[in-house]
Write a protein that binds this ligand. Structure first.
Ligand SMILES: NC(=O)c1ccc[n+]([C@@H]2O[C@H](COP(=O)([O-])OP(=O)(O)OC[C@H]3O[C@@H](n4cnc5c(N)ncnc54)[C@H](OP(=O)(O)O)[C@@H]3O)[C@@H](O)[C@H]2O)c1
Length: 343
């Protein structure tokens, strides 16, 4: 079913929903904006006359190179900024969110794009790296940005959007997920001896989607003023998986050669995420459409909602441990109240 859906979608030409004739917001931030889908999204936004596009990158040299490329291609200077963000570090995520919230007046779109596909075991901040980067620090960053994004809606009435990047591939990890139920998911995923690294990327994307669904449910757009969107870009020819072992690289390379979109085509799905508005809040977006009908029943029914809540409970406990109050403050975000302090 998953493969069938991917195939049915892959070859369709996608619209460019943000272009020179779009009336754009002012400021957009893209994590991992130095390559792949993030870089192409930045190019589109600069071309479409965004006032500021911030590339949040771990390698400043690569970020500067991306900036130069975008300026050359679009002929627009003074728009792209490069800032440091390492999603493998709690401290870097905290410092980035704190500085951006304090220094940038208005944010219209925030794309949590960073992701890794790893098939060998390694750890970061005490967690397996892909679970840490694709799920824990990604949701942490989103949570830390929510007060600022909500404050932007209060101040400008701009309905900012935060976009998380998921994958249809996540749905193939149901069997793997079932093995870790009903136990504490993050604890079980942290056992190297039990780890199925061949499915780890898919598993991380499934957990990310479940967590983002719960974040969206806890932060209704009517109360917070922020649209929480989830984009599955489809299979795209990017550097994703380049750290993988030879076999993974061969499988990936063959699949990409046969059916991948270019990174530019894939980035059009991100643009849709940025303009979808409240209608897309907490829903799966793919191929520039709302594709909630693609989500398997087991993720949306009672069993799925329980999975979503269980994942959130463990994740929230970890994030509260790292930054007390970061989760509980979500309940008090309101477009009606005076600005919440940014913590
Ligand atoms: N390509 C696909 O087929 C596909 C399909 C579905 C979903 N996605 C998702 O799309 C998103 C973008 O991936 P992509 O395909 O564009 O891959 P990519 O070209 O490999 O881009 C990933 C970006 O993430 C950055 N990154 C990785 N780890 C980081 C860290 N610890 N801190 C900061 N930045 C880090 C990379 O920076 P460096 O350049 O420094 O490594 C790079 O800029 C990911 O979330 C991926 O899971 C991709």
């Amino acid at each position: 079913m998953v493969i069938h859906r991917l195939l049915s979608e892959q070859y369709r030409t996608l619209p460019v929903l943000i272009n020179e004739s779009t009336s754009l917001g002012k400021t957009y931030i893209i994590t991992g904006g130095n390559s792949g889908l993030g870089l192409e999204t930045a190019r589109h936004l600069v071309k479409a006359s965004a006032a500021t596009v911030i590339l949040a990158v771990r390698n400043l040299t690569a970020g500067q190179k991306a900036k130069d490329e975008i300026e050359k291609l679009t002929g627009r200077t003074g728009v792209v900024q490069v800032r440091h963000l390492d999603m493998s570090s709690y401290a870097s995520v905290q410092s980035f969110a704190q500085k951006i919230s304090a220094e940038v007046d208005r944010i219209d779109g925030f794309v949590c794009n960073v992701g890794v596909m790893l098939d060998a075991w390694s750890t970061t901040e005490g967690f397996e790296t892909s679970i840490f980067v694709n799920v824990i620090s990604t949701v942490f960053l989103g949570v830390l940005m929510m007060p600022k994004l909500s404050a932007c809606d209060r101040k400008f009435g701009s309905r900012p959007t935060i976009v998380f990047i998921v994958s249809i591939l996540g749905y193939i990890a149901k069997g793997e997920m079932d093995k870790s139920r009903p136990g504490p998911v993050f604890e079980l995923l942290n056992d190297e001896k039990l780890a199925n690294m061949g499915q780890r990327y898919a598993m991380s994307k499934l957990i990310e989607e479940a967590a983002v669904r719960q974040l969206a449910a806890l932060c209704p757009v009517e109360r917070t003023g922020v649209v929480v969107a989830m984009v599955a870009p489809g299979l795209c020819a990017t550097g994703l998986g380049h750290q993988g072992r030879t076999f993974t690289k061969i499988v990936q390379g063959t699949l990409k050669a046969l059916m991948a979109r270019t990174a530019e085509e894939g980035s059009r799905t991100y643009l849709h995420g940025l303009v979808v508005g409240a209608e897309g809040h907490g829903k799966l977006l793919s191929g520039c459409k709302i594709k909630e009908n693609w989500v398997p029943d087991w993720l949306l029914n009672e069993e799925g909602l329980k999975l979503q809540k269980d994942i959130w409970k463990d994740l929230a406990a970890e994030l509260e441990r790292v930054q007390p109050g970061c989760i509980s403050q979500l309940a008090s975000l309101s477009i009606l109240s005076s600005p919440a302090p940014v913590i």
